[in-house]
Write a protein that binds this ligand. Structure first.
Ligand code: ZN
Length: 368
């Protein structure tokens, strides 16, 4: 709209919102990225644009912000987005891109991949940034299944968040040295030009396994089957059945034996908070809704790249984070649900260390 009038966004806002009570515009698009408006300012902007439904069409415009005071003054403020964002796929939105000014979008549950142009979209404010997926076909296939899960399951985000916690529990036990992920990390380093240490904490590396597990746990037929197995043969047998099925689907036939060994040598607390074990017990008890899909705070996958890097790299994590930041690998989409589903999403690193000690790869062997 500002470009159409040949004005800066700030001048346009001041012109539109000007009132006898004054107008206050805080920050700039360069410092805040996202525009938030007070209720009175929303009404004026919607009227000016000729789109009474503007707050519906652009819901974030009408999102309340705790720092925006609601009084008679029409207020606009540029603050950081409240959710994950990525740069739009350039071939899909070519006309909207301008030099030094990107087109930023909220990926939501699964909008972080353009399958048509085979790109994993990254977060960069000024230029298109993405990971080409031509050499990572399993990621494209996983995204197709992920999108289907989002369409079919009302709690898909929570299911994926739980599945991510399951995979994370394996990563902190040393799975980053495992054959399938090593191979994928090699292709990812070639696609990004980054070192292996910088790509391993990124969500893409474990995305296919995360979606496989999410589909399995979110399948009502498998939930029914596990409940029946728990009743007839006991929880341990049901857990083994589930792990064997996961191992088959993620191409790690050793999974059930390996995790059983981990459980034997791990702490009781680690076993108590293990996301898969907890889900199995809750499912057997007939839990549903938030109760079924919540993750214990000490087992949740860290949402921050730097927190993950601290666990997964032997190099000084500060250098790893700097490298990843330069390649736009530290932001963007993450497999986590809204705070409602995961109330304890902010996980202190010191808590994670307990999970990491559950067992190490070398303790049990058998991983290829
Ligand atoms: Zn595209």
């Amino acid at each position: 709209m500002a470009a159409g009038f040949g004005l800066s966004a700030q001048d346009l806002l001041r012109g539109i919102l000007g009132s006898p009570h004054g107008v206050k515009v805080t920050n700039t698009p360069a410092t805040g990225l996202e525009l938030f408006l007070s209720p009175s300012a929303q009404v004026v902007l919607a009227r000016f644009s000729g789109l009474p439904r503007l707050p519906v069409l652009l819901p974030n415009l009408a999102a309340p912000h705790s720092r925006l005071v609601d009084d008679e003054v029409r207020r606009a403020a540029w603050y950081g987005p409240c959710g994950a964002w990525v740069g739009a796929c350039p071939p899909c939105t070519a006309r909207a891109w301008r030099p030094g000014q990107g087109v930023l979008v909220y990926p939501g549950a699964a909008g972080h991949v353009c399958r048509r142009h085979r790109r994993w979209l990254l977060a960069h404010t000024e230029r298109p940034a993405s990971i080409p997926l031509q050499t990572l076909p399993e990621v494209l296939a996983a995204h197709r299944r992920h999108a289907a899960l989002v369409r079919a399951h009302p709690r898909a985000e929570q299911v994926v968040s739980l599945a991510a916690a399951v995979v994370w529990s394996w990563q902190v036990q040393g799975w980053n040295f495992e054959r399938v992920w090593q191979d994928r990390a090699r292709r990812l380093t070639a696609a990004t030009g980054c070192t292996s240490a910088a790509v391993v904490p990124h969500a893409l590396l474990t995305y296919p396994e995360t979606i496989v597990i999410a589909r399995l746990l979110g399948d009502p037929r498998w939930q029914q089957r596990l409940r029946a197995a728990t009743t007839t043969t006991g929880t341990a047998a049901a857990a083994t059945m589930l792990l064997k099925e996961i191992g088959r689907r993620v191409d790690r036939p050793w999974l059930a034996d390996w995790l059983a060994a981990c459980t034997r040598i791990g702490s009781r607390e680690a076993a108590r908070t293990d996301p898969l074990q907890r889900w199995l017990l809750k499912s057997a008890d007939g839990a549903n809704g938030d109760a079924l899909w919540s993750v214990h705070q000490s087992a949740a996958r860290p949402t921050g790249y730097s927190n993950r890097a601290r666990f997964l790299t032997d190099r000084r994590s500060r250098f790893v984070v700097e490298e990843a930041k330069a390649a736009s690998l530290t932001g963007g989409w993450e497999p986590w649900a809204a705070p409602r589903a995961v109330p304890d999403d902010a996980m202190p690193v010191t808590v994670l260390a307990d999970t990491a000690r559950l067992c190490r790869l070398g303790d049990v062997g058998g991983v290829q």
